[in-house]
Design a protein around this ligand. Structure first.
Ligand code: AMP
Length: 304
């Protein structure tokens, strides 16, 4: 079933201990939509500037991502993020955020996307996320992401959004920042009390924690020998996760667990190369092979 993603389409300048890239295609909507495209039909609602390259549009479209709701601001510049990673690849340091056209983004959902049953509000100003949600007629599942920048700059807007979403997908540091609690389980409970029914905490190479009012589920990250660039891992996870839910339409606890594994698998591919390169060359068999390997990794037959 159709998935609508709103988020950033960006140019990223990234440095990791293994290399650097300047102004390469990135953004929360780019990563999440490409990951989701392996599971379901996906449309992106986003904005870019006049500097956005036609070939980058073609890259997203090559995976069938619908860009009919991607608008270009005449004379504007595309959102630019500059980040750096040390050997602790879980810790992204933002060096510079140039909002550019994102600063005035006032998203209008085109009529043909208003009935999208699955919505992922990827990392973006919570005011814009809310505005999109207000225009969707009958969403079945609404998942959202955010980051330290917005928790800091737009806390009130985020507080208004939380009761309106089903699933919040954020990282460990953001969980602590948003809740003001250090202990992750306490932090998760505090965030659930703010509205969402389910919290998915991304913990980088330590995996993912899913917390609901009455359950906790943990999945490891797939152990990799070569990680080059963790940029977009969180968005790729979210795209794979929501994309899988949209594909199956099954929201049972077992299906949500499988969606978490699919998200983790997509993220594990993404970090193997810079920008969206790995997500663009992936084959269905690669995903299936890693799914089997992931199953083996976590299989366990002991008893007490
Ligand atoms: P991730 O590594 O999954 O947390 O996300 C990295 C992506 O988020 C990069 O491609 C950036 O372009 C994008 N990004 C960084 N800061 C922001 C922001 N304030 N709003 C929206 N997207 C952002």
């Amino acid at each position: 079933m159709r998935l609508l993603i709103i988020g950033s389409v960006a140019y990223d300048t990234v440095k990791t201990p293994f290399g650097a890239r300047e102004r390469v295609l990135g953004g929360s909507a780019s990563y999440s939509s490409l990951a989701a495209s392996y599971f379901t039909q996906v449309s992106v609602l986003a904005v870019v500037g006049e500097d956005f390259r036609q070939e980058d549009k073609a890259l997203l479209e090559s995976r069938g991502v619908d860009l009919s709701a991607l608008s270009t601001v005449p004379g504007g510049k595309t959102f630019h993020w500059k980040g750096e990673y040390g050997y602790d690849l879980n810790d992204a340091k933002t060096i510079q955020t140039d909002l550019n056209v994102l600063g005035t983004f006032d998203p209008d959902v085109p009529d043909h996307l208003k009935d999208a049953p699955y919505v992922f509000l990827a990392n973006l100003d919570p005011t814009a996320q809310m505005k999109v949600l207000d225009q969707i007629t009958q969403p079945r599942v609404v998942a959202a992401d955010t980051m330290n920048y917005w928790i800091d700059q737009r806390r009130d807007g985020l507080m208004d959004l939380l009761p309106r979403i089903h699933i919040l997908i954020i990282n460990e540091a953001e969980t602590r920042q948003l809740s003001g609690e250090y202990n992750l389980v306490k932090a998760a409970r505090a965030i659930l009390a703010l509205g969402p029914k389910m919290l998915i905490i991304k913990r980088g190479e330590y995996g993912v924690l899913k917390v609901t009012e009455d359950s906790i589920f943990a999945a490891p990250a797939y152990p990799l020998e070569s990680v080059f660039d963790p940029t977009g891992a969180g968005d790729t996870f979210a795209g794979g996760f929501v994309g899988y839910l949209a594909k199956t339409g099954d929201l049972s606890p077992e299906s949500v667990k499988t969606a978490i594994v699919m998200g983790s698998i997509m993220a594990s591919f993404n970090v193997e190369d810079f920008s969206l390169n790995r997500l663009l060359t992936l084959r269905q068999e690669d995903i299936e092979d890693r799914f089997r390997a992931f199953k083996q990794l976590t299989e366990f037959s002991g008893a007490v």
